[in-house]
Design a protein around this ligand. Sequence first.
Ligand SMILES: Cc1ncc(COP(=O)(O)O)c(C=O)c1O
Length: 442
Amino acid sequence: MAEYNAKTKRSAQWFETASKHLPGGVTGNVKFYPPYPVYLKKAKGSHVWDLDGNEYIDYMLCFGPLILGHAHPRVVEAVRKQVEQDGTHIFGAPHELEAKMAERLKGIFPFADSVRFTNSGLEATMHSLRVAKGFRKKTKVAKFEGAYHGCYDEVLCSLAPAESAAGPRASPKTVPGSYGTSETTVENVLVLPYNDIENSVRIMRAHKDELAAVIMEPVQRGFVVPDIEFLRVVRETTRELGIPLIFDEVMSGFRMEVFGGACTQYRVEPDMICLGKIIGGGFPSGAFLGKRDIMDMVNPVTRAKDQRVFHGGTFNGHPTVLSAGWATLDVLQEPKTYPYLNRISDKLRDGFNDLFSRMGFEARAIGPGSTFNLVFSKGKIGDYRDAARADAKLRQKLDYGMLARGLHFHPDKPFYTCTEHSDNDVARTLSVADEVLKKMKQ
Ligand SMILES: Cc1ncc(COP(=O)(O)O)c(C=O)c1O
């Protein structure tokens, strides 16, 4: 921490200034970490520079969306062209790109019949849940303990509960995730144990008549992978019970080993899927896709006003955002892209794992595709509770040592890779990690 403080004096000063105007000096709690975050000024490809002029290799990448790195020329060009061609950056009236992008997404996720756009991942999950509630005429939803679906009361429940408050592992209690959550909200959320077939099925069956939807991150928090059998059983059970299954792929979408989502890689089809992050190419974005009968709940042509689920948003389907997303998907779809991303990501993951085992740390780099997390634990990481038991102090030492030596990421959060990360970046990253881990051993 002393090294971090010594290198980031201007960030410390700016934190004082920013704190006069923004609670905690940030505009979103996830952006804060103690004692103050690095404030960035400039970027190029996979590198960023902070207010002190320090250069970093960036593994935060805006918490995932920048899979092509910062200001990829194809994305910048697409945005410029779109604005020039339209003579505006948004009409507000419907735009051709909306249906074109919807058609493209349906091609990637063939189980879906129609699409609505939103401005964030949060909105995508919120609207998909609302649509499912209208479809089922029920208000209770089930989510898995430890899953993040955005920052509204309902899905914040049991995001990161203290184990002492969370009840038995096999039957998790619903724990409010934010001060100010109403009792009704808590009553309307059922919490399931991730990767636990027997107990998830038992709880879903017991509540089958109350549930509007089951929402899940197929890969929790970007790095806790599912047992495939668990995913399949959740799918079969929800289908049998007639409960819409929503995959929240805001994080896992396009960050698996294949072009598509976790549903593509694991060949498990939900009834609805939520996307965000990458489909906006680094601009605020989201979408929910699904089967026609469910999606038509918002249809103003086929449903009378009092039979309809409300869906709105001034900026939905923003042409600038869609053009950036379109260009991003173009690059991702090129045959060389995923092999390169997978190779670079594996090299990093393997490199960290080699360092941990050579130096005798009970730690692992885990996660699929172009996302991984560093977890100081020797046991299996099968769910939120396993991950929460990892050694946070060791992780913190590694984090601040690496930040002070030119690697940028959010402490205690996953690393994201991009097509701009080079073999040199990987070598530099592993040499920094090697240096910090050696210091930790002294
Ligand atoms: C799985 C998942 N769902 C939803 C969200 C919310 O997306 P946004 O931050 O765009 O609202 C996130 C954000 O990290 C996420 O990881």
